[in-house]
Write a protein that binds this ligand. Structure first.
Ligand code: ATP
Ligand code: SF4
Ligand code: MG
Length: 327
């Protein structure tokens, strides 16, 4: 059972200026991430704003010209950005992000937007393109009679459906969805998310689902990676992460997710400053906000250890299968 996509030691450094006249200093927004996604699987990626989720999402597709590390697609090294090999592969990996209006060309009709990848990648002969576009529109819950409309004539939810139809046009094997419903009206978020999940399951597409909404992630993901300041601090199956989180940061995140029919008991409120990669604390980056922090947490970085099969955590208080808790 080989992964569809595998990333090794991904690093992304941004030059960040402190204040208007300050010197630009390198800041690591993604700091050594290893990740893999199996065919058809949904990996949820969660973490507060600034933890590097969007940066990671782009890197998984190899579309960040300054990314460091290695990515493999179906076991082969990802070709260099912009090469013909990369362009061919690009059709198999699609990105859906928060703002559908920015993703669409406002001068093109819906049918043209959805038909574009079919033409660019020469996927469907011209005479069959109309049929395929109509099929895709129906699949995402749009009416074929909306085909001649322009993006500004649609609601936010309909626009995101167009973006999704366009992404599906090239029959991708991987869909990276970066907060795909965060900008939409709360009342239609569930509809779009459910549609996305149904389409993904039906077509066996692997998905990386980035969201700060843990309720949605629990509903979508098979496995969840929790990010803090550019690193993964815990990873496990979705059931396990939500039922028995190990890392204090995950515990805090999970404690704020309501479970239907149960009172919100034992909620952990995260104290202190939200994380800023320009100002990474020593040792465990979470230590200034961790209720359990001790001296060792300030002094040394806890490695991401394997805790059980398919389960990792980076905390000095969590023992690995082969390493004990730090003294
Ligand atoms: P959010 O939940 O707000 O979308 P995120 O987890 O997606 O956050 P990223 O957008 O990946 O986080 O950003 C990670 C860090 O990198 C942030 O501190 C951000 O300020 C910084 N960053 C992102 N893009 C750039 C850029 N182009 N130049 C400089 N810094 C950047
Ligand atoms: Fe908290 Fe220490 Fe664990 Fe970090 S290593 S999460 S500071 S207990
Ligand atoms: Mg983001």
């Amino acid at each position: 059972n080989a992964p569809l996509i595998e990333a090794k030691d991904l690093v992304r450094t941004y030059e960040v200026r402190q204040g208007m006249f300050g010197k630009a200093t390198p800041v690591r927004a993604v700091d050594g991430i290893n990740l893999s996604v199996m065919p058809g699987e949904t990996l949820g990626v969660v973490g507060e704003s600034g933890s590097g989720k969007s940066t990671l999402g782009r890197m998984l597709l190899g579309i960040d010209p300054s990314q460091e590390g290695e990515t493999f697609f179906e076991g082969k090294p990802m070709p260099k950005l912009g090469t013909p090999e990369w362009r061919a592969l690009r059709a198999k990996m699609q990105l859906v992000y928060q703002d559908p209006l920015a993703a669409l060309d406002r001068r093109l009709t819906i049918a043209e937007q959805i038909g574009e990848p079919l033409a660019i990648h020469k996927l469907v002969p011209k005479e069959h393109r109309g049929t395929r576009v109509a099929e895709l529109m129906v699949a995402v819950g749009l009416r074929p009679d909306q085909a001649d409309r322009y993006p500004h004539e649609l609601s936010g939810g309909q626009r995101q459906r167009v973006v999704i139809a366009r992404a599906l046009a090239s029959r991708p094997k991987l869909l990276v969805c970066d907060e795909p419903v965060s900008a939409l009206d709360v009342s239609i978020q569930a509809q779009v998310v459910n549609m996305l999940r149904d389409l993904q399951e039906k077509n066996g597409i692997a998905m990386v689902f980035i969201s700060h909404d843990l309720k949605v992630v629990r509903n979508m993901a098979d496995r969840v990676a929790v990010m803090y300041l550019g690193r993964i601090v815990e990873e496990a199956s979705s059931d396990v992460i939500f039922a028995a989180p190990l890392h204090p940061y995950t515990k805090a995140l999970v404690s704020s997710v309501p479970v239907p029919g149960k009172p919100l008991k034992g909620r952990v409120i995260l104290q202190g400053e939200p994380p800023n990669p320009a100002n990474r604390p020593s040792g465990c980056a979470f230590h200034p906000r961790c209720p359990l922090a001790t001296d060792i947490c300030r002094a040394s970085v806890p490695p991401l250890r394997q805790v059980a099969d398919g389960r990792t955590a980076a905390c000095h208080l969590v023992a690995g299968v082969d390493q004990p808790v730090a003294a």
